[in-house]
Design a protein around this ligand. Structure first.
Ligand code: C5P
Length: 339
């Protein structure tokens, strides 16, 4: 945090926050609800790639959002704007808020960047104002602004249910080397849900498998996955890299998948090709993240992940090697100075 002596003898605060991305390890789409949203279950996992969100607070009025990327809106449709407005109202504070977003993460890429930027704004503004919202107020604001915001109030490995906004911290997964590949194809999440409804109209969904059954299958798969390695009769160690590798193998074995692949791949075959390309690089588990277009791969070692990212880039597929970000690291890194 930088304390600056501003004009008109006002002291204002400038706070930089790292806004980390997430991936979805499995995502199950359930019934269409009365409010138009879909019931879902997913495991969110934060990863080491981040945007930087700078929040300035000073005398005046209004909320301004700046980003060099023209696809990021600067008006009240921006999730950061909406969160800043709600935080000020909740704290009954007045002033001028300036939010600058340094973009490294893809826009509309399925990595929750806009949602993460919004939570970074909340944290930055709280710090600039030297105030802290009560946890339930943070959660209320986050879930009002979007289904994918609350997970960033927890970080690490998080179970998402409801429309995705009901979040529960899970025991953190070990840190997995990870490659994210984001083909330059914008996938709209509402359009992907609409496509799902077209493909699986409600009556058919019910005759095939009731939505609640689909949800309990997800719960069973997750239980099977997360208990398999620790209690393996073959004696796989409960800690260390052997456990991490066993977890990756079990993840594939239990068949935890992202339902969005069923509708996004036929519409955008190029994204399926990216999944195939990542599978060929030695990734243990490959999946679409959210509704895409990001496809991620989890690896058994960092060197293979780095090589995989390079080989995708050779094929003109934008790709980055990183690692999953456990909860304690997420919180350590959020306010770490970046400049
Ligand atoms: O909550 P969020 O703003 O991310 O949702 C964007 C849109 O995605 C919603 O307006 C809705 O059309 C769709 N959606 C959905 N079911 C969910 C989450 C989002 O249908 N669980």
């Amino acid at each position: 945090m930088v304390q600056v002596s501003g004009y008109h003898d006002v002291t204002y605060m400038s706070v930089a926050v790292r806004s980390f991305a997430k991936i979805n390890i499995g995502l199950r789409i359930g019934g269409n609800r009365a409010d138009g949203f879909h019931e879902l279950r997913t495991i969110y996992q934060t990863i080491g790639l981040a945007d930087i969100v700078r929040v300035d607070f000073g005398r005046g009025a209004g909320i301004e959002v700046y980003c060099k990327d023209p696809r990021v809106p600067s008006d009240e449709t921006n999730t950061c704007w909406r969160v800043a407005d709600k935080v000020l109202r909740s704290l009954k504070m007045r002033g001028k808020v300036r939010i600058s977003i340094e973009k490294n993460l893809p826009v509309q890429g399925g990595m929750g960047a806009a949602s993460s930027n919004a939570i970074a704004t909340m944290f930055g503004l709280e710090k600039a104002l030297k105030q802290q919202l009560p946890p339930e107020e943070r959660l209320r604001i986050a879930s009002e602004v979007g289904s994918d915001l609350p997970l960033f109030l927890i970080g690490g490995t998080v179970l998402g249910s409801g429309r995705g906004e009901q979040v529960y911290p899970l025991e953190d997964l070990p840190c997995f080397p990870c490659v994210v590949a984001t083909p330059e194809i914008g996938v709209s999440t509402p359009a992907a849900f609409a496509e799902w409804d077209k493909k699986f109209p409600a009556p058919a969904k019910l005759t095939v498998q009731p939505a609640s059954d689909k949800m309990s299958t997800f719960s069973q798969s997750v239980y099977e996955w997360l208990s398999g390695s620790s209690f393996s009769p073959t004696g796989v160690p409960e800690n260390g890299w052997d456990r991490a590798e066993a977890l990756l193998l079990d993840l594939v074995r239990t068949g935890i998948e992202n339902d969005f692949e069923t509708v996004v791949f036929p519409k955008h075959p190029a994204i399926r090709e990216v999944k195939r390309a990542l599978e060929r690089t030695g990734a243990k588990y490959v999946s679409l993240s959210g509704s895409g277009s990001t496809v991620f791969g989890l690896f058994a070692d960092q060197a293979t992940a780095e090589k995989a990212a390079l080989s995708l880039m050779d094929k003109d597929i934008p790709a980055k090697a990183t690692a999953t970000l456990p909860r304690n690291r997420y919180w350590q890194e959020i306010f770490k100075s970046s400049s």
